[in-house]
Design a protein around this ligand. Structure first.
Ligand code: GDP
Ligand code: MG
Length: 163
């Protein structure tokens, strides 16, 4: 069975970029239910020999009748329910923001394993943000670059450890 991995975090941290990288050529969306799962995308993917079912969270920027925060909360809670492992992304170049703190609070409520990843870490420009991310309370931040494909071996090791 593929490992169900939800990628969560505030807008613009690079969730979809990483989702697309892990989905690769297999981007064919699996069992997306229009209307019901509007805010989440599903795809099969892999990291080396590790098969994944990926869940991307998105879409709460165009909020209508619900507040941004409640939409974020709802879709993240659903993604967490569906997942076996949660990948919590922050933008290491931006450092920790109040938005990241909201996600951290939500993720503290789950018993599922949470891997904290400091994205956009290529070229050492994220070093300060990586150090800051320890404050979120999810242990050592995993430096990643979804765009450049860096940190994938470390991500693989972290995921296999949770399988
Ligand atoms: P999402 O809103 O969390 O899904 O974020 P996106 O995947 O849409 O990415 C937001 C922006 O960050 C885009 O301009 C991406 O090109 C950029 N981005 C994503 N991953 C990386 C990365 O690893 N390094 C850098 N420097 N930029 C990235
Ligand atoms: Mg996105």
């Amino acid at each position: 069975m593929p490992l169900k991995l939800a990628i969560v975090g505030r807008p613009n941290v690079g969730k979809s970029t990483l989702f697309n990288r892990l989905a690769g050529k297999k981007l064919a969306i699996v069992d997306d239910q229009p209307g019901v799962t509007r805010d989440r995308r599903f795809a099969k993917g892999n990291l080396g020999d590790l098969e994944l079912t990926l869940i991307d969270t998105a879409g709460f920027e165009d909020s209508h009748d619900e507040s941004l925060e409640s939409r974020m909360r709802q879709q993240t809670e659903r993604a967490i329910e569906e997942a076996q492992v949660v990948l919590f992304l922050i933008d290491s170049r931006e450092g920790i923001t109040p938005g990241d703190e909201i996600f951290a609070q939500l993720l503290r409520l789950t018993d599922k394993p949470v891997i904290l990843a400091a994205n956009k870490a290529e070229g050492r420009q994220g070093d300060a943000g990586i150090a800051e991310a320890w404050s979120l309370g999810f242990g050592e931040p995993l430096p990643l670059s979804g765009e450049h494909g860096e940190g994938m071996a470390e991500l693989y090791a972290a995921l296999v450890a949770q399988e």
